[in-house]
Design a protein around this ligand. Sequence first.
Ligand code: CDV
Length: 331
Amino acid sequence: MSRIITVAAAQLGPIQKTEPRSSAVARMIRLLERAHRRGVELVVFPELALTTFFPRHYHADIAEADHWFETAMPSAETAPLFEAARRYGIGFHLGYAELTREADETGIVRTRRFNTAILVGPEGDILLKYRKVHLPGHAEYEPRRTVQHLEKRYFEVGNLGFPVIRAPMGTLDGLNLGMLICNDRRWPEAWRVLGLQSVELVALGYNTPSLNMEGGGFEAHHLRVFHSHLSIQAGCYQNACFAVATAKAGVEDGAELFGHSIIVNPHGEIIAMAASWDDELITADCDLDMCRLGRTTIFAFDRHRRPETYRRIVDQVGAVEPPVWRKAEPR
Ligand code: CDV
């Protein structure tokens, strides 16, 4: 019997700086209601879904930004979302900024901040938590930028690895679920770590500006979208899995986010795509048996991978220059 799960990307239009969490949560509940009417079992919301994309706002004292963070999940403000999902029997993925007090690698307990996502099962249990590993942007104010991207200031690198969990029996079809957050989608290493744990569906939220502010040269708008889709499609194909990739879209605090949320199958094909810059629900029926073809043939990892030749990937961070070619001395 085939395993088919109906999933949705719940794209959010802009959340302005002044919009309270209660309003963002109410918008998300409306999307959940729509999802329920369409028979959806799992809904994926964007990265940092409860507030504006606040890393564009600079605070000299990092603690001044703490009001953008959640200290509990669920909290009084997010509880209605959990209740609605439980009422409808829908699982969901939620991205948020997490403020926690916990021990670091040296054992010292201190305040820590992460860009986090959770997967919540249809009964309201948190099945999986992930903290973003690939943090883009910069840590200090950069005057040359018209829009800041201060993820390296506000967040630590995630310390939970790239976990995958199988949904409990009778829930979400026993789906193997993993997560990535925004910039992670551009890194094949992250996808492969999920693939090596037999992931069947990757839930992924993002906030991607339409303009490249890195200062390295002009990047056309259509290429920004193309590179996002290319990365997700390649990740799905090369790891024989589905992805639900959900954007925040539109003009937020004067800065444009490009939207274009997609659902992708294990062939790397886009099977649903958002067309607006607003709150929008896109859905797809995912036949999980489609994951089998790739993982038993071209990407049968156990038969074809050659990890003994991949050493450089874990030992080295930046690229080195290759040796200069020299003509062999005649013998
Ligand atoms: N939120 C993100 O991680 N955004 C990055 C941008 C800054 C390039 C992204 O990869 O989409």
